[in-house]
Design a protein around this ligand. Structure first.
Ligand code: ATP
Ligand code: MG
Length: 291
């Protein structure tokens, strides 16, 4: 029909097609728990948004998911709608050995398969407390090992890291099977990725022989700009296995959702941002099930 091939019409039909495809999708379950650190030393690249929305997408797909908020900003706890005021039992109490992980976990209202270890502002003092502890790099790993031994039906643990490579992030790296790196497609993205790769290599040499960059996800992607496409192509050239085939578009809905204490699946479940995170989560689940 005439007029049907405008860019908007094309986009709407692509969204409708993706929605139909995902409605039929079956999320495979990994055979053993996989612990994933969501990290990038660059601030504001979409670590928390990615942790939250991948976690909810995987949980809605039927996987048992645990999110550990390891950032004193507590943005991940806010977005998942869990309480995280100072004084409640949280990641901080786990790291100083006052509580076990199981004791501080709370249910997330968005899915019965999703549990959250909340972060409070108290976590900002944790690096100092940890620095005096023995085996200070392994505190989170030991807490997770205890939890996963009792709860082996957990499929995925996602750790939302702060934007620095201090002891908190090092604890996440020591505890993880792989690093998931959200990347904003911009000029300095590859430089930042190179720095992260160096850090991961050092951690592998000294603390955790299995750690590797396992997954890369392009965030805030604007396919209309040449720069985003060029950066995407370049990352694919260096990391063809790791790069997830679906980029997350820039979307106002994604930035609004946390203020309602919900993921994109609570805020705009039919929009392209939710569908993109769902598709990225499906690809991740497929990869983990094959590993
Ligand atoms: P920090 O380093 O401070 O922890 P971060 O890497 O966790 O930041 P986010 O908090 O997820 O990054 O995102 C930074 C800002 O960008 C937030 O305001 C978030 O709502 C917004 N944002 C994230 N992803 C998108 C997107 N795809 N489209 C539009 N806005 C986004
Ligand atoms: Mg964050």
């Amino acid at each position: 029909m005439a007029g049907n091939n405008t860019p908007l019409a094309d986009e709407l039909s692509a969204t409708a097609k993706l929605r139909a495809e995902l409605a039929e999708a079956v999320f495979p379950k990994p055979k053993q728990p996989t612990v994933i650190a969501v990290a990038n030393q660059k601030g504001g690249v979409g670590k928390t948004t990615t942790t939250v929305n991948l976690a909810v997408a995987l949980a809605k797909g039927g996987l048992n998911v645990l999110v550990v908020d390891l950032d004193p900003q507590g943005n991940c706890s806010t977005a998942l709608g869990v309480e995280h005021h100072s004084g409640i039992s949280s990641t901080y109490e786990v790291l100083i050995g006052e509580n076990s992980l199981a004791e501080v976990l709370v249910d997330c209202a968005e899915s019965e398969n999703l549990k959250v270890c909340p972060a409070t502002i108290d976590l900002s003092g944790a690096e100092l407390d940890l620095s005096a502890q023995q085996r200070r790099e392994f505190v989170l790993k030991e807490a997770l090992d205890v939890y996963l031994a009792v709860n082996p039906e957990t499929h995925v643990v996602l750790i939302d890291c702060p934007p620095s490579l201090g002891l908190l992030t090092i604890n996440a790296f020591a505890a993880s099977d792989q690093v998931l790196v959200p990347i904003q497609a911009e000029y300095y993205a590859l430089e930042g990725l190179g720095m992260l790769l160096n850090t991961v290599n050092k951690i592998r040499d000294y603390l955790n022989p299995q750690l590797h960059i396992g997954t890369i996800l392009l965030t805030m992607f604007d396919k209309r700009t040449n720069l985003a496409s060029e950066v995407g192509k370049e990352i694919f050239q260096y990391f063809p296995q790791e790069l997830i085939g679906t980029a997350i578009p820039r979307s106002v809905k994604l930035s609004e959702a946390p203020s309602f204490g919900t993921s994109i699946f609570g805020h705009d479940p039919r929009g392209i941002a939710a569908l993109s995170y769902q598709k990225a989560a499906l690809e991740l689940a497929n990869r983990l099930a094959k590993a």
